[in-house]
Design a protein. Structure first.
Length: 109
């Protein structure tokens, strides 16, 4: 009989523990948002000076990122290696950030 009670409280404890898990999952979801905010911030000081805060270029030679026809992989390549006046980022930003920036450009379109 007491064994049943023990099992019952164990189950209750496990259920409680799994409920307590859910805020953690939300924090993980939140950290994705934090990553996006971080990318937006990096874009702001690394790219916006030429390409504009919303992808509308400020300098003549830089194309509007709003109108880019490049795929994500092509964007990653130009961000990594640079081109003409665009500075390469491969030694400055990590691969995840570079991919994040390439995808961030989609938000302008
Ligand atoms: C000093 C100015 C400058 C900065 C800073 C700069 N770019 Fe550029 N970017 C350019 C120029 C100029 C080109 C055109 C290069 C060419 O085709 O000759 C370009 C091209 C691009 C292209 C290709 C667009 C297309 O469709 O041809 C992408 C994507 C891009 N930049 C993203 C970025 C990102 C992301 C950053 C920040 C990490 C950045 N750029 C920072 C000047 C800049």
């Amino acid at each position: 009989m007491s064994r049943t009670v023990q099992l019952f409280s164990l189950t209750a404890l496990l259920m409680l523990a799994s409920c307590m898990d859910s805020p953690e999952t939300q924090v993980e979801g939140g950290s994705d948002d934090m990553f996006k905010a971080e990318i937006s911030r990096i874009y702001g000081f690394k790219c916006a000076l030429c390409h504009g805060r919303n992808g509308t270029s400020i300098i003549k030679t830089a194309p509007n990122l709003k109108d880019t026809k490049m795929t994500i992989e092509e964007r990653i390549a130009i961000i990594k290696y640079g081109k003409t006046t665009m500075p390469p980022q491969k030694d400055v930003l990590d691969a995840k950030t570079i991919r994040g920036l390439a995808e961030y450009i989609d938000t302008f379109q």
